[in-house]
Design a protein around this ligand. Sequence first.
Ligand code: PLP
Length: 489
Amino acid sequence: MAGSDVNDAGVATGSTEDTWAPGPAGPAVAERADRLQELARRNLWMHFTRMGSYDADHQVPVIVRGEGCYVYDEHGKRYLDGLSALYCVNAGHGRAELGEAAAAQAAQLGFYTNWSYAHPPAIELAAKIASMTPGNLNRVFFTSGGSEAVESAWKLAKAYHRARGDLNRHKLISRNLAYHGVSMGALTATGLPPLREPFEPLTPGGVHVPNTNSYRWKEDRDPLWAADAIEEAIEFEGADTVAAVILEPVQNGGGCFTPQEGYFQRVREICDRHGVLLISDEVICAWGRLGHWFGCERYGYQPDMITTAKGISSAYVPLGAVIAGDHIAEPFLHGTASFVHGFTFGGHPVSCAVGLANIELMEREDLPGNVRANEGLFREMLDSLRDLPIVGDVRGAGYFHAIELVKDKETKETFDGEESEYLLRGFLSGELYRRGLICRTDDRGDPIVQLSPPLIAGPEQFEEILSILRPVLSEAAERMHSWSSRSRA
Ligand SMILES: Cc1ncc(COP(=O)(O)O)c(C=O)c1O
């Protein structure tokens, strides 16, 4: 990943002694940076990270400051954040008003729970969300993140069916390669074998179906076959055992798989025919990422529930939610009925206050509108890379796109495990970072580079992305070519 030679081209001019703001670099900055490296290696357990890969030559990438579409490391070097941290800093970095909203709320009421109590920020945010959602999605159950939202939605689907006397509906259908989180229920929905296998046995009831990646489909394939595969799975499992289907508007895992025209309408029909709930997992795809407040609006379908997190607060504080239709909430609104589920921090007042301030900011600046206005240019920039021999496919929607890397464009042959390890971890991710671009390289499906910039990004950032991606991908193609020649020799 980040090398010890990070202070080269694209370096901001260093940091002052007392802050991480740009300014002349001094010995105090270097000393502090060394100390952070040492402590990170000794004490910090990083998520999904090969911690053994950091040594004297490979530093832990430490990000200390952010402004707009850019972040700065502990040496003052600037990076274009082409990933919005992790698909979540939708409003961009350094938005002081979100911090001010948090401070004001902490001074007023630092914490109260949503277990049996309410408080103004949770009430107001729930009402605000309900006013923005399509259809009857008017009831908001807050969580602290995406996995908790998915976990809660599955439990709510089961509880809803039980409350209606449908006692056996417990299964959850999701798609191959999809990522829905890591808690045991959410992990069951996640369709990525390397993430699942170490934790088997998972929660009973997970069923996986094909996704909408048409890159390698035969040309004459029925475009809605993947939707119909959901019906086959429901019939195979027995409709009376299936609680819900969970799908992202654009699937992240595997690299920004968009739906075929009519896919979600077909899925909706199938769900209705079999009494199965449709959950739209919009942990990434809501809050303007696809140019709309909610991803389902872009594709014109009405889910029974939306799960969301990340961009709801532009990630300034942890916040997630299940947004349920009135019909889902209805069985829990009478007599002694209750959804016996909750988290201490679900609907934390500081998080909700920041969520409200974030939505106000995004509305004021019309960030979904900025995505709609510029996504064509963003896509054009990425499509211009198709002439490179390593670029097989470019796909996605809004500010959420992936480039699939292939060994052979004609045959669409992919890289094997060893090649992909060298390509992504041995070269691409370190080189992109070294040149000042943060994006995601991922080979949990076929190898991809993924981009998801803050929603304030525009032509200037696209040009900068291109000026780094083109030479790095060209060099990657050359390196992979020599690698294959060497291994054939
Ligand atoms: C679609 C989807 N669902 C669920 C999750 C899990 O969210 P979290 O990491 O906040 O638990 C993610 C995370 O990226 C996601 O993309």
